[in-house]
Design a protein around this ligand. Structure first.
Ligand SMILES: [Zn+2]
Length: 285
């Protein structure tokens, strides 16, 4: 097994384990990973038997690792307060990005997206043509959608599925709020952003057949979730206690919130510029 095959399998296994830790019902299938030896970025998830299959190219792992190296090179030339702060070796950041991508794939299945697509798979990026593999259904510019959508709304469906998979994957990946975990949230969210920006780069040039929302939308969803995160324990506590309001004293203090935003939300937003440049999206902002 090549190093990249190993990394893809290890990060997929870690994503399943994380799902089981964070969600009360264990993940309902054993995903079958097929690694495609190709330098291009390619990731595809599809129904397989009662479970799911994931195709990922070795290039997916390689390109994420290379993008992280470039991002860190760019970052070291910036003033200290604008640099990207990792927790550990750059290879670990690449593994975290890959693990979030796997988490996203698992959630397409867990949420039930293949029931909505009529069992068509969902392509994150890349083109299977030329790999000599049989894919189960094509990427869905034309989804066999259920009748609850009006015809002029159908093209939004794949965007919605992607945003839903993003949100669930990010919730699982980041874990519950704790004031001790600010650095971890920042690090993890930056790892998520790297994948979003690489997919954006892959989507460029096919604006009439995009299947993913623009990276700006996905980034703002991520920032919105990060902004909400410190309040979630208070909401849950109030709900557990059957209250229809959230008592003031359950909420974090104003100073905790402003420190949190400065330590987490703002650096993640600021890193989007560096990461975009690192993946080759020079006109992102
Ligand atoms: Zn997706």
């Amino acid at each position: 097994m090549s190093e990249q095959e190993d990394r893809l399998q290890i990060t997929l296994d870690a994503a399943v384990e994380r799902y089981d830790d964070r969600v009360s019902v264990p993940f309902a299938a054993s995903p079958a990973l097929r690694v495609i030896p190709s330098d291009t970025f390619y990731a595809y998830v599809f129904p397989l038997g009662g479970g799911l299959g994931i195709d990922a190219s070795t290039g997916t792992a390689n390109q994420i690792a290379q993008a992280w190296k470039r991002a860190l090179d760019l970052s070291t030339n910036l003033p200290p307060e604008r640099q990207i702060e990792l927790l550990g070796h750059p290879d670990h950041a690449a593994d975290m990005s890959l693990r979030w991508l796997m988490q996203h794939e698992l959630n397409h299945f867990a949420i039930g997206h293949f029931r909505i697509t009529g069992s068509a798979g969902l392509l994150e990026a890349g083109d299977p043509t030329g790999f000599g593999i049989a894919t189960q259904g094509a990427a869905p510019p034309e989804l066999p959608v259920e009748s609850f959508l009006a015809e002029d709304e159908e093209h939004w469906l794949s965007y919605c599925l992607e945003l839903q998979a993003d949100q669930d994957a990010t919730e699982i990946f980041l874990g519950a709020y704790s004031a001790e975990n600010w650095k971890l949230f920042r690090y993890y969210a930056t790892s998520v952003l790297m994948v979003i920006l690489i997919i954006e780069r892959e989507e460029r040039g096919k604006e009439t057949s995009r299947t993913h929302p623009f990276a700006e939308t996905r980034l703002f969803m991520l920032l919105a979730y990060l902004t909400e995160l410190p309040f979630i324990p208070a909401y849950k506590r109030a709900e557990r206690e059957g209250l229809d309001y959230v008592p003031e004293e359950y909420l974090p203090s104003d100073s905790e919130i402003s420190d949190y935003r400065a330590a987490v939300v703002e650096p993640v937003f600021a890193s989007s510029q560096i990461l975009a440049e690192a993946v080759g999206l020079t006109d992102f902002w």
